[in-house]
Design a binder for this molecule. Structure first.
Ligand code: FES
Length: 187
């Protein structure tokens, strides 16, 4: 809490003592309303702030995670944390792969082939942060069977490409490599 907040609160308490009754109630309401609005603001920018608190670039460049994906069945996804961000790893179904591959680039706001976004068709790996304002999209939702961002209604397809809504870009694909058939390293 800042000095001015403390001062405001003290002022209110003094005000209660001096004004009493209706005036102090009104001030209390303004204080509570301001505090509540502030809390909403904090939630909305959570990812960018956390991201900025990460170590500097030289440390971050070293950060990689290895993940065992052997237990992820077809049709399942897991979310792992990498450099403070959620990363979605999806074991895609045949239908999801077919749909992603069959989509004409002309239908895409941010044209990119499915092939360019994957290393193995059955595995999709991407950063789970909406490219609009940074919310975390929900999997297997939305009009294209991929991901849906509930914050402002962006729809991503089964390749994580933006199809509808305010997000300007596809979900980001991080650098990663298959170490074995069941183990990947991100970063
Ligand atoms: S943050 Fe996802 S649509 Fe706005």
């Amino acid at each position: 809490m800042s000095q001015s907040d403390i001062a405001d609160r003290d002022g209110m308490q003094n005000g209660q003592a001096q004004d009493g009754g209706e005036e102090s109630t009104r001030r209390d309401f303004i204080y509570i309303a301001t505090a509540s609005f502030g809390a909403v603001g904090v939630a909305g920018v959570a990812w960018p702030l956390i991201d900025q608190m990460n170590p500097d670039a030289s440390v971050r460049a070293l950060a990689a995670v290895e993940i065992d994906i052997s237990a992820v069945e077809v049709g399942q996804s897991i979310t792992v944390k990498w450099r403070g961000k959620p990363v979605f790893i999806r074991h895609r179904t045949e239908e999801e792969i077919t749909s992603a591959e069959a989509t004409p680039l002309s239908d895409l706001p941010d044209p990119q082939s499915d092939e360019a976004r994957i290393q193995r068709p059955e595995w999709l790996v991407m950063v789970g942060i909406c490219t609009h304002l940074g919310c975390v999209p929900l999997g297997q939702r939305g009009d294209y069977g991929g991901w849906f961002c509930p914050c402002h209604g962006s729809h991503y397809d089964t390749s994580g490409r933006i199809r509808k809504g305010p997000a300007p870009l596809n979900l980001e694909v991080p650098d990663y490599v298959f170490l074995t058939d069941t183990r990947i390293r991100i970063g």
